[in-house]
Design a protein around this ligand. Sequence first.
Ligand SMILES: Nc1nc2c(ncn2[C@@H]2O[C@H](COP(=O)(O)OP(=O)(O)O)[C@@H](O)[C@H]2O)c(=O)[nH]1
Ligand SMILES: [Mg+2]
Length: 181
Amino acid sequence: MLSILRKARLKDKEMRILMLGLDNAGKTTIVKRIMNEDVNSVSPTLGFIIKTIDYDGYKLNIWDVGGQKTLRTYWKNYFEKTDTLIWVVDATDRERLDDCRQELKGLLVQERLMGASLLVFKNKSDVRGCMNKDEIREGLQLDSIRTHKWHILPCSAMTGANLQEGLQWVVQDAKDRLFLY
Ligand SMILES: Nc1nc2c(ncn2[C@@H]2O[C@H](COP(=O)(O)OP(=O)(O)O)[C@@H](O)[C@H]2O)c(=O)[nH]1
Ligand SMILES: [Mg+2]
C-alpha cells in the first residue's frame, strides 16, 4: 500500500526526503546552502524544518530534523512516506563515527523506511585532514547494506561542492524506480 502511494507521488514528481544524521553534521547548513540562504547563521535545530526545492522538474520536500541524542527518539515520526533518506556525516568527527554507524543501522531496520533509498553525504569535505570516502564507507559498513539502494558522495555545505550532484542522484533514483515498478 505504501509503495503504491509512493509511486503515485513519484509520478506527480513530488518527493519526500528525510535528512538525518548526528547533531552538528551540517544538515541545516546543507539545506540552507541548497536554498541559497546565508549559511553563517545556522543554530542547532530543535524540532524540524521543511523546505521545498524545485529540481529537474521535481518538487523535493526536504525534512531537516534535529539530531541531538534527546531528539533521536522522535525521528520515527518522520519515517512515513519517505522516498530518500539523506544521511549526513561529519567527516571531521572521527570520535563519533561508531555512534553514527549505530544510529544509521538502527534506521535501516525500520519497516517504514524499507522502500527508501539512501544517500550518504560525507559533509565537511572542505576541511583538511577529514576522513576520506573509503574511511566513511568502511566506518559505516555501507558495503554490508542489503536492504536499501545506497550511494555516498563527499560534499561541503560551506563551498557547496557536490550538493547539486546529490540532488541529481536523488531525482535520478526516483526516475529509475518509476521505470522499474
Ligand atoms: N567546514 C565546514 N563546516 C560546516 C560544514 N557544514 C556545516 N558546518 C558547520 O558545522 C556546524 C553544524 O552545522 P549544522 O548545519 O547546524 O548541523 P546540524 O546539527 O546537522 O543541522 C556549524 O558550525 C556549521 O557552520 C561544511 O561543509 N564545512
Ligand atoms: Mg540542524
